[in-house]
Design a protein around this ligand. Sequence first.
Ligand code: HEM
Length: 415
Amino acid sequence: MTAIPVDRSPESTLAFLREGYRFIGDRCDRYGSEIFQTRLLLQRTICLRGRPAAVLFYDNDRFVRQGAMPMRGQRTLTGVTGVQGLDDAAHRQRKAMFMSIMTPSAIRQLGQLFDDEWRAQIPVWERSGPVVLYDEVARMLTRAVCAWAGVPLAGSDAARRTTQLHAMIEAPAAIGPRHWWGLLARRRAERWGADLVERVRAGALSTPDGSALRVIAEHRSDQGHLLPRRIAAVELLNIVRPTVAVDRFVVFAALALHDHPHWRDRVRGDEPATEHFVQEVRRYYPFFPVAAARVRRSFDWQGHHFPRGRRVLLDLYGTNHHPELWPGPEQFRPDRFAGWHGDPFGLVPQGGGNHFTGHRCAGEWITIELMKRAVTNLTTTMSYQVPPQDLALSLRRMPALPPSGFLIDAVRRTG
Ligand code: HEM
């Protein structure tokens, strides 16, 4: 048995929050090991990176999710008692509910709604001065996903709900006011969601068949029980919140087009090139730093001992930047995806493994669809200028975003 390298610091939570996306990768490089142990949030934690680690991490026989995500993340980002913390039959059943919503036609429909929002916004941008793409895309996504999910949204509510959803996304790795605002935003948003579920169940709000709100409100457990209102609200927010979070990937796509302008011509009217570009944006730019699990029962792996109950983190960012998987990982090269046949354990910005049986992101296909629509709009439907601004992306801030939010100016319709 080989001892797992142990990080010297007695408690690394502050270092993790300070160092951000490179926290695990830097230590792996320093120890010459794809595994090390540290203390995070006062608990011994094993950190892993790379493809073999991802294969291990997504083995349901080895790991559970119950109690894996720190409470500060549950109380802001994901909500307590949602699908993320379930295991075994309870997880499979709840996950099936999510995946039943993700049909190809439903995904296309959401893409179309986003497209319609984008095209309707162009004349507004033509008349206005510079706009912040991040804020604009967030509101368009809020309106599109609410319409798609069967959630009524008065015009004036879009900005308020978007602000709440952003606050939840910003909060888990934040200390002080940014964290407290996330707690408050979640409480308010869950009340909103619970009320919607209640109205659907009471027949006071009609929603289309197959819409997320309807599916969640009417979902029954194996024992035939409806979900408690608050849990149904958490799951509704598990659709709406991350869809709005695609705004970050859209900003990263705009940044990539700005930094690699020849890709504007490459993607225009070229579906495979657009797909490669979007995949490279998801691989290259930082979003979720890690995924968390706990050891189900003790086992040994590659000569290392994993004791029962130990928290384990998989470095998603580090795996997406692993030189053995991705030659020249710090170069932005969409062509690397030409002829790529998909590797469920290599490209893991939204988790790895199987969407149906594991914890891989339920909204990955939606994310790709929305990003493709955005790239097409940024390159084909309109032209714009990028005024001088602070676009420096810090890997120390989680979740990452260029400070300016990506300002665009002089927008003109072109298609
Ligand atoms: C904005 C881009 C997105 C990113 C970066 C992202 C990332 C992730 C990650 C890292 C996980 C956890 C994987 C794990 O625990 O192993 C996850 C899970 C999940 N995501 Fe996403 N996601 C995104 C968009 C979406 C969208 C659009 C939806 C729904 C419409 C969605 C719904 C979910 C759900 C329900 C889970 C829990 C799955 C489970 O526990 O079985 N996500 N996502």
